[in-house]
Design a protein around this ligand. Sequence first.
Ligand code: KIV
Length: 275
Amino acid sequence: MKNTVVTFMEAKKKGEKLSMLTAYDYSTAKLIDGAGINAILVGDSLGNVVLGYENTISVTMEDMIHHGRAVARGIQNALLVIDMPFMSYQTSVYDAVMNAGRLMKEGMAHAVKLEGGIEVCDKVKAITQAGIPVMGHLGLTPQSIHAFGGHKVQGKDEIAARKLIENAKALQEAGAFSVVLECVPAKLAEIVTQTVDIPTIGIGAGKGCDGQVLVYADAIGMFDDFKPKFVKQFGQIGAAMTEAFRKYDEEVKGGVFPADEHTYSISDDVLERLY
Ligand code: KIV
């Protein structure tokens, strides 16, 4: 069944949990979609996982569009959400609407995601009024990593916790259809989830959220540059890949691969005439 923003809202009403994973390419998107995951996020974690940057700051609109289109071609049923990269929406309402529009027209997104609370609500409102669904992102917002001074759990004191709740309410008011809560205490995420009508999607925010998201490469044990506490590895695909690459190397160097079954033939007649 096709997932839409309406599916998201209905899931919350029915108390059904939502699943979301990131993807950055066609083949992975096809596998994730085939597994029945509700939404695929072309996250700007693309910067870390695919492009090898230390953080998400350098990711561009062109990067997001390029990978968004690839993922879109692998999707049949999942909702495709594409991240708005750093400085594609913070600068002005005009930039925000134009760039969200590009992610839809060129990146084939069904919805966009952007980071921040009250301070970005004018952009969220304008984008949604242009007919583009917006997913918010609160808590540890990686585009502000330098302002936070590192990867730290957010909303731990009363002022920060109240601010998080207010930000979630403001995003809902501005028209967001859903909100990601990253790296916040589970009890606080539960309060936010009970306070707003839109589904909360947690990452490091406990089981009380309406859904969960993980970076797919973390979830399958393929990316180990850093491993946050909230990551669970549902497979050891990185180790399986290394083993396959090692076997390939061994067989190439040992003259075992390619074997006859991997090789094309030519008739002896033709061959004789070549000498
Ligand atoms: O970029 C990303 O992958 C994200 C998720 C971690 C929510 O924003």
